[in-house]
Design a protein around this ligand. Structure first.
Ligand code: SF4
Length: 235
């Protein structure tokens, strides 16, 4: 991960919005076996704010809708960055703000909603799958809950991860159905090769492309990222 990476983009598909990839102090969890995103982090809050301000200053408010991601949870952003998002969002006419958070932060979400009460706040959960065994015993996501309604409580949107050994057309279809039942919007990520031991399963990806992708590609509540840079941020 480098400081030259693309940190601002515009999503022109479906729910049109601007998106920024900010830098935080680092994922507090770091145990997900498939993830190395948390490498984009730094303990130096002043340096983070400088990077974050540069990305945020590109936001025009063109769609009144801004998604903020940060290779971890919004709660790992420094307070100066959060205050800047708040001030800038109002100045640019942003109505809707999207943030991501790990499940372990769920009890802090009401306080965040209060801080950002001038916006329609959409909290996105990195769930990856409703399949408890795959999620907790293989991916080690750290969400010790199997009831979809309880999982969704406090969150509005969800990330799913497909293209893993152990998944099938049936399991991915079930994930899609539950995600659309319990969340407003769903973001499907296809597993990409990274520095972890979890590798993409090309057979499962092929099944996804053949059976799941065509069913949801035109669904306005579903974003599908075949490559993890499809939102235009990252490297
Ligand atoms: S997926 Fe999210 S919570 Fe898990 S280690 Fe990566 S950044 Fe942390």
């Amino acid at each position: 991960m480098t400081e030259q990476m693309q940190r601002y983009s515009v999503i022109e598909d479906k729910r049109k919005r601007e998106i920024v990839l900010l830098r935080g102090r680092g994922c507090v969890y770091k145990k997900c076996t498939f993830c190395d995103y948390y490498l984009d982090s730094c303990k130096d809050e002043a340096a983070n704010f400088a990077i974050n301000k540069a990305a945020l200053d590109k936001v025009s408010g063109m769609y009144g809708d801004l998604e903020v991601i940060n290779s971890g949870s919004v709660f790992e952003l420094d307070s100066t960055t959060l205050d800047y998002i708040n001030t800038l969002g109002k100045a640019k006419g942003i109505n809707t703000l999207h943030f991501e958070a790990h499940y372990l932060y769920r009890n802090q979400i009401p306080t965040l909603r209060e801080k950002f009460r001038d916006f329609d706040l959409k909290m996105k959960l990195g769930l990856e799958t409703f399949d408890y065994n795959l999620r907790e015993n293989v991916l080690r996501k750290g969400i010790a809950e199997s009831n979809p309604q309880v999982i969704a409580d406090g969150f509005d949107e969800v990330n799913l991860l497909f293209g893993l050994s152990g998944q099938s057309v049936e399991s991915m279809q079930r994930d899609m159905r539950l995600a659309l039942d319990y969340f407003e919007r769903v973001c499907v990520n296809i597993m990409c090769d990274n520095t972890t031991a979890v590798k993409p399963d090309e057979k499962v990806i092929g099944e996804f492309m053949q059976h799941i992708y065509p069913k949801y590609i035109d669904n306005q509540r579903v974003d599908i990222l075949v490559n993890n840079t499809d939102f235009g941020v990252g490297d």
